[in-house]
Design a protein. Structure first.
Length: 493
C-alpha cells in the first residue's frame, strides 16, 4: 500500500534535514501502514488521548545529550514491497509521536504509539506483512530511493514484535533505519533508530526495549546505549599536565589514540559507539589540543606516549587495550615500548614502524593539511564518496569545538618527520613490543602506504596483519562493519 506523511516545523541543522525527514518517514509512514494510516488519523477524534502521550519516551528517559527535535516540512510517500497486504485501519484511530536527536546530529530516534478499534486484527495483518517485506520505495519531495529490508532478531516483553533493518541511499547519503514494531495490550507502536551508514542495532534495541516497557506501564529508562558524541568532556590531572578526555561504554578499558592534526571529535562516533558495547572506551586530545596541556620542550612521539601513560595512570586503567590510528599508532608503539605493563593488547591502524619506512607522498600530506574535500580525498579512495559523506555526517553529532592550533599541528608534523627518520628512542625499539599486536590498513592508503603495515607486522613477533582491499587511510571507518568485529575478536584473545 502507499501511505503519505506530511510533517511541518523547523530543523536547526540544514545538512541533516534529509536524514530527519527519513527518520520521521520511518515512524509516520510505516506506522501509517501498521496502525494509523493518514486517512484514518484525519477522521479520528480531534483531541488526542493524553494517555497515549504518556506512553511515549520522554527526555528524562533518554541518555545524556539527547534532545527533542521538531519535524521538517516534507512530503514522503512509501510503497512497500509487500504492497496490498496491509489493511488500512478504519475510523477512530489516535496516535502520538516524538523525535529525539543525539546532540545536534545523528542518530535520530523516532517513536509513535497508536490505538483504535480491532487492535488485535490490525496487528495480525500488519506483523505478517512486515515480517515478509524485503523491499520498499520511498519518495521524498519527488525523489525516489530504493530500500532493502532484512529481519532483525529482537525480543522484549510485548504481545508481539517485528524488527527489521531498512538500508538505502538518499540524497547521496547511505542510511540505516532499524525499526521495531510492537503491540502491548491495546496499543501498537513503532520505534526507529536512524543513523548514517549502518544503524547500531544494539542501540536501537535499547530504545525499543525502553519504549515497550513504558507502553506496558513499566520503567522507560533507556539502558545499554553508547553515544560518545554527547559524552561530557572531562579533564584528568596527570603527572604530565591536564588531559581532556571522554569515556563511554562498559567492560575492559580500551584507549584510542588519535593521529596527526586530529582531536577527540575526529573519531567516527559509530566506530567508538560500536566498540563501547564491549569496552569502556577512552578517547582523549593529544598535547596542546582542546583541554590537554602542552608539553615542555619539543613535541615528540615519545613525549606524547609519556603523556598517554600519565593519563592511563591517572584514570587507574591498569593495562588497557590500546588502539592507535596514523600518528596515534606511533604513539601507541612508543607507549608499548616505554610502558609495557600498561598495554594489554595493541591495535595499530594505518601507521608505520619506528625505524624508517615507505615515506608519505608529499602531495598527500599537502592535501591533508589543506582540509576540506582535499583532506577527505586522502582519507577515502576515489569512488567511495558515500563513505566519506557518512563519516562527515556522523562526526557532525559532536558539539562544536575549536580546530587544533596551527602551531600544534606544525609541531606534530615535525614529530612525525623525526619518527620517519628513525630518531625516536622508543620507536627505534619497536621490535621489542611484547603485547599481542594487530596491524591493519587499507590497500589504497595514500597517506601511509600499506607497505608500512606489512613491514610493521613483520617486525613485531607474532603480529597479525589485516589489509582491507579498496580502502584508504580511514579504512577503520570505511570498513567499520567488518573491522570492529575483527578488533573485538582480537582483543578477546
Amino acid at each position: 500500500m502507499t501511505a503519505r506523511a506530511r510533517c511541518a516545523g523547523p530543523v536547526r541543522y540544514p545538512v541533516l534535514r534529509p536524514v530527519l525527514r527519513l527518520a520521521l518517514w520511518a515512524v509516520l509512514t510505516v506506522s501509517g501502514c501498521v496502525v494509523a494510516a493518514p486517512g484514518a488519523v484525519a477522521a479520528a477524534a480531534p483531541a488526542r488521548a493524553p494517555t497515549l502521550a504518556r506512553l511515549l519516551l520522554t527526555r528524562s528517559d533518554l541518555p545524556h545529550g539527547w534532545r527533542k527535535v521538531a519535524a521538517p516540512k516534507s512530503d514522503v510517500t512509501t510503497q512497500l514491497g509487500c504492497a496490498g497486504t496491509l489493511a488500512r485501519p478504519g475510523k477512530g484511530w489516535r496516535h502520538e509521536e516524538v523525535v529525539y536527536a543525539n546532540g545536534k546530529g545523528l542518530p535520530f530516534v523516532s517513536e509513535a504509539v497508536a490505538t483504535g478499534p480491532d487492535v488485535a486484527g490490525t496487528w495480525a495483518r500488519a506483523s505478517a506483512a512486515l515480517s515478509s517485506c524485503r523491499s520498499a520505495t520511498v519518495t521524498i519531495n519527488g525523489t525516489r530511493d530504493r530500500v532493502t529490508i532484512r529481519p532483525l532478531a529482537f525480543s522484549a516483553k510485548a504481545t508481539g514484535t517485528v524488527a527489521s533493518r531498512w538500508q538505502f541511499e538518499a540524497t547521496g547519503l547511505e542510511l540505516g533505519i532499524d525499526l521495531v514494531v510492537f503491540r502491548v495490550h491495546q496499543v501498537l507502536g513503532v520505534v526507529s533508530y536512524t543513523d548514517a551508514g549502518t544503524a547500531d542495532v544494539r542501540n536501537a534495541g535499547g530504545f525499543a526495549a525502553a519504549a515497550i516497557s513504558k507502553a506496558d506501564g513499566g520503567d522507560g529508562t533507556v539502558k545499554g546505549v553508547a553515544t560518545v558524541a554527547t559524552a561530557p568532556v572531562r579533564v584528568a590531572r596527570t603527572s604530565d599536565g591536564r588531559v581532556g578526555y571522554r569515556t563511554v561504554g562498559s567492560g575492559p578499558p580500551l584507549v584510542l589514540v588519535m593521529g596527526y592534526a586530529g582531536s577527540m571529535e575526529t573519531w567516527d562516533p559509530q566506530f567508538v559507539d560500536a566498540l563501547a558495547h564491549r569496552f569502556t572506551v577512552v578517547v582523549f586530545d593529544n598535547a596542546g589540543i582542546g583541554k590537554t596541556s602542552s608539553l615542555r620542550g619539543p613535541l615528540t612521539i615519545d613525549a606524547m606516549a609519556q603523556q598517554t601513560s600519565a593519563l592511563i595512570g591517572a584514570l587507574h586503567l591498569g593495562a588497557p587495550d590500546v588502539l592507535g590510528w596514523s600518528m596515534g599508532g606511533l604513539v601507541a608503539e612508543a607507549l608499548a615500548v616505554l610502558h609495557p605493563s600498561q598495554v594489554h593488547r595493541l591495535v595499530l591502524c594505518a601507521t608505520f614502524p619506528g625505524t624508517g619506512a615507505v615515506r608519505s607522498p608529499q602531495a598527500a600530506v599537502d592535501d591533508l593539511d589543506a582540509g576540506g574535500a582535499r583532506a577527505t580525498a586522502v582519507l577515502f579512495p576515489p569512488g567511495h564518496e558515500a563513505a566519506a559523506t557518512v563519516f562527515a555526517v556522523a562526526r557532525s553529532a559532536y558539539p562544536a569545538s575549536a580546530a587544533p592550533p596551527r602551531e600544534v599541528v606544525s609541531a606534530q608534523a615535525t614529530a612525525v618527520l623525526r619518527a620517519w627518520a628513525g630518531k625516536d628512542a622508543a620507536l627505534q625499539r619497536f621490535r621489542r613490543i611484547a603485547a599481542p599486536t594487530l596491524v591493519a590498513d587499507g590497500t589504497l592508503d595514500r597517506l601511509v602506504p600499506a607497505a608500512n603495515a606489512r613491514r610493521l607486522a613483520r617486525g613485531i613477533t607474532g603480529a597479525k596483519l589485516l589489509l582491507y582491499k579498496g580502502a584508504g587511510h580511514a579504512f577503520l571507518f570505511q570498513d567499520l562493519g567488518s573491522f570492529v568485529p575483527a578488533v573485538e575478536a582480537f582483543l578477546a584473545g
